[in-house]
Design a protein around this ligand. Structure first.
Ligand code: NAD
Length: 484
């Protein structure tokens, strides 16, 4: 079924507007996480392919791409968005098969990709500089210019959304991009290149080189021809990327992991909160950077709310992506092992609720049930470390100060939410929480094309999404003209 859906050759790289075999000719296996079966191969790009991609991007910056106005760039992005919309079902099927995410969630990612294109299409010609009062006889103004060649390294968990937010914003500003998707799942990155080509994006403005992180990824981050790096992935690799970028003195955006809390006070509207409390952790089988993997609950409603969350958990099913259950499989056998090691660390904790893996799932798939642990000490590894699986912890607290201290106590700072009807407390908590995004009486795990997104502390630095991303993907030039 997948082969019939693909309309491009997934075993190639996309460089300089053409589909080319990787320079060394090697391929990497690709697995369907729902079954463990092979779904073909992808290019094992290496430093040679990265060299070719960077050279193509540099040429684009000297050619048609550089000459285009912001309006024309925006129109191309709009056309890509239209082509994405026309292929929503194909893209959803490809992503569900490649990543293992339930079809509805994969479809939502494709819809988000189209929305990113719409947003950055409309924004491309609205980035403006300013005029600055200065000395007598001068006129001073600022220009927003592309960095040049931008490198984009993305993970496997939300390929379409992350391409939308990072490549979309970079192209809107006139950069030429080299994208290295994750080796576990890169089919929609290649699909995006095919659609961008069809939409008329000049050759070299977008190049895609699949491959291993330590080969193609490391070659991209160390390449002296790269002028900006956008990295989304783990803290460990983020540190390597920042070190490599330091050698070439180029700016880096790091979108790393999280251990995001939702904080529920006694006065919260529990009916409104319940679907967000559970869903924001469990979507994509918990493999979400902004998964709300900790729920901090004030003592007065603690047992009542844990019982209601447990009911939700007990009804959750894990099954193949195309059966569109609550959860699909984890991405790989290795990821499943990591999550199982955390479940083992929680052996002495209270399991308040747990879902089921359907009996007839393929034995080669990487399934785990959704699990809610209760009464978890705030300093327990399950409450401190990013698990990246369908595991959530409930932690009781008594006072606002205690909630803040627990919430801010992991080193991460990506997203947080506060559930309370007390307006003053909403404002106080929004200021006191250490996070790049704070939601009040809602939670957006990964959502919000328009909303600037990014972390503090171990969750990284720099902002993507929204209009703000356009500043990150450009540099400011000050022009001072003396005319009198
Ligand atoms: P990862 O860091 O292992 O891999 C991410 C990407 O980096 C992949 O493309 C990989 O090939 C590449 N890579 C690996 N080694 C490299 C190296 N030495 N040099 C250059 N590139 C290299 O992360 P993962 O396991 O694929 O993804 C999960 C992590 O990503 C989690 O920690 C999650 O929180 C994080 N994430 C963050 C966000 C965000 O927006 N903050 C979004 C999604 C995922």
């Amino acid at each position: 079924m997948l082969e019939q859906t693909l309309w491009y050759d997934p075993s190639k790289c996309f460089i300089n507007g053409a589909w080319v075999a990787p320079a060394k000719g090697a391929q990497l296996p690709l697995e369907n996480p729902s079954t463990g079966a092979s779904i073909g191969t992808i290019a094992r790009g290496t430093a040679d392919d990265i060299d070719a991609a960077v050279a193509a991007a540099q040429d684009a910056l000297e050619g048609d791409w550089r000459r285009m106005t912001a309006l024309e760039r925006g129109r191309i992005l709009a056309r890509i968005g239209e082509l994405v919309k026309a292929r929503i079902e194909d893209l959803a099927l490809i992503e569900a098969t490649d990543v293992g995410k339930p079809l509805t969630q994969a479809r939502n990612d494709a819809i988000a990709l189209a929305r990113y294109m719409e947003f950055y299409a409309g924004a491309a010609d609205k980035v403006m500089g300013e005029t600055i009062p200065y000395l007598a006889g001068y006129t001073v103004y600022t220009l927003r210019e592309p960095h040049g060649v931008t490198g984009h390294i993305i993970p496997w968990n939300y390929p379409m959304q992350i391409i939308g937010r990072s490549v979309g914003a970079a192209l809107a500003m006139g950069n030429a991009c080299v994208l290295k998707p994750a080796e576990e799942a890169c089919l929609t990155a290649l699909a995006f290149a095919a659609l961008a080509d069809e939409a008329g994006l000049p050759k070299g403005a977008l190049n895609v080189v699949p491959g291993l992180g330590e080969e193609a990824g490391a070659a991209l981050t160390a390449h002296p021809g790269i002028n900006h790096i956008s990295f989304t992935g783990s803290v460990a690799v983020g540190k390597l990327v920042q070190k490599a970028a330091a050698e070439n003195v180029v700016p880096v955006t790091l979108e790393l992991g999280g251990k995001s809390p939702q904080i529920v006070f006694d006065d919260a509207d529990l009916d409104a909160a319940l679907p967000f409390l559970v869903g924001a952790c469990i979507q994509n089988a918990g493999q979400t950077c902004s998964a709300a993997s900790r729920v901090l609950i004030q003592r007065g409603v603690y047992e009542r709310l844990v019982a209601r969350m447990a009911d939700s958990y007990n009804g959750m099913m894990s099954a193949e992506a195309l059966r569109d259950a609550n959860l699909g499989p984890l991405i790989s056998a290795r990821q499943k092992e990591i999550v199982e090691s955390y479940l083992a660390k929680g052996a002495d904790l209270r399991i308040a609720g747990q879902g089921k893996v359907l009996d007839d799932v393929p034995p080669g798939g990487h399934y785990l049930p959704a699990t809610l642990f209760a009464d978890v000490p705030p300093n327990h590894p399950l409450a401190m470390e990013e698990i990246f699986g369908p595991v959530q912890v409930a932690i009781p607290f008594d006072t606002e100060d205690e909630a803040v201290s627990i919430a801010n106590g992991t080193g991460f700072g990506l997203v947080a939410s506060v559930w309370t009807e007390n307006g003053a407390r909403q404002m106080r908590m929004a200021k006191r929480l250490r996070a790049g995004q704070v939601f009040i009486n809602n939670y957006g795990a990964g959502g919000g094309v328009e909303l600037p997104f990014g972390g503090v502390g171990l969750s990284g630095h720099g902002r993507e999404k929204g209009f703000q991303a356009l500043y990150g993907f450009s540099s400011l030039k000050t022009v001072a003209a003396k005319h009198d």
